[in-house]
Design a protein around this ligand. Structure first.
Ligand SMILES: Nc1ncnc2c1ncn2[C@@H]1O[C@H](COP(=O)(O)OP(=O)(O)OP(=O)(O)O)[C@@H](O)[C@H]1O
Ligand SMILES: [Mg+2]
Length: 249
């Protein structure tokens, strides 16, 4: 028996020093009619507190599938995931909901804003789920929008905002609960280069404040801003490098 593999390591105990993310042999299969899609085929990943990680890879390589699992939005078919030292599979629905609401800020490529609610209201939603009272909720949502330069757009509906403004509302919503982990699936995918630069600067300032950030992107300039780059292919991590910082243009 070869017993010196990572698989023989006992489960880590929760501790302050635990990685924010640790996965082992993560697999995700989708049944599509009689066919089986192997979206993730064994992902082992550790991300330490305060890291800024970019995930790249061709379309269909499993990036969103991985992000959805890391965000506790979707369970793996098999394998293990520890979030800050806690085995996610051991959590019940209420605990999962709590983590999704308080610990993780998820930014989707397609924003997922409520179309009939103002920017302010959209940002308040996670605080409502977290049981924060009206007055504090309003104050915190207002502050989050102000930080993102949207003071004069609070009462606009998503349809009355530009793509970049909508994405900033979505980011304000992801950050308003002050999550310890920010997951962003192509947050600049729909934006022009200037707006995308602004969004990136925002992620950099979050990183400077010590946030842990995992960001999926197709753009090399975006990935170059992160401190670590992971390349996926066919549901696996093909390459994982910590990189020196490129000078800003
Ligand atoms: N709900 C689903 N049912 C069946 N197959 C799925 C489902 N979701 C994703 N897949 C398949 O799993 C694979 C990985 O998809 P995923 O969305 O993770 O790719 P991705 O790397 O995010 O791609 P993109 O860069 O285009 O966003 C793809 O082959 C996709 O077709
Ligand atoms: Mg995707």
């Amino acid at each position: 028996m070869h017993s010196l593999s990572a698989r023989s390591t006992p489960d880590p105990a929760p501790s302050a020093a635990a990685p924010v993310i640790r996965t082992r042999a993560l697999r995700r299969e989708y049944a599509l009619g009689s066919a089986l899609v192997l979206a993730l085929q064994g992902v082992d990943l550790e991300i330490e507190p305060g890291e800024f990680v970019a995930i790249m890879g061709p379309s269909g390589s499993g990036k969103s599938t991985l992000m959805n699992i890391l965000g506790c939005l979707d369970p793996p078919t098999s394998g293990d995931y520890w979030l800050s030292g806690t085995a996610v599979s051991s959590l019940d629905d209420a605990q999962l909901a709590h983590i999704r609401n308080r610990e993780i800020g998820f930014v989707f490529q397609t924003f997922h804003l409520l179309p009939r609610s103002t920017a302010l209201r959209n940002v308040e939603v996670p605080l409502m789920y977290a049981g924060v009272r009206t007055r504090e909720r309003r104050a915190r949502a207002t502050e989050a929008l102000e930080r993102l330069g949207l003071s004069d757009r609070m009462h606009h509906l998503p349809g009355q905002l530009s793509g970049g403004q909508r994405q900033r509302v979505a980011i304000a919503r992801a950050l308003v609960t002050e999550p310890s982990l920010v997951l962003a699936d192509e947050p600049t995918g729909n934006l022009d280069s200037q707006t995308s630069d602004e969004i990136l600067e925002l992620f950099e300032s979050l990183h400077a404040r010590g946030e842990t950030i995992v960001l999926v992107t197709h753009e090399h300039e975006v990935a170059a801003r992160a401190r670590r780059r992971i390349d996926m292919r066919d549901g696996r991590i093909e390459r994982d490098v910590r990189q020196p910082q490129e000078p800003r243009r």
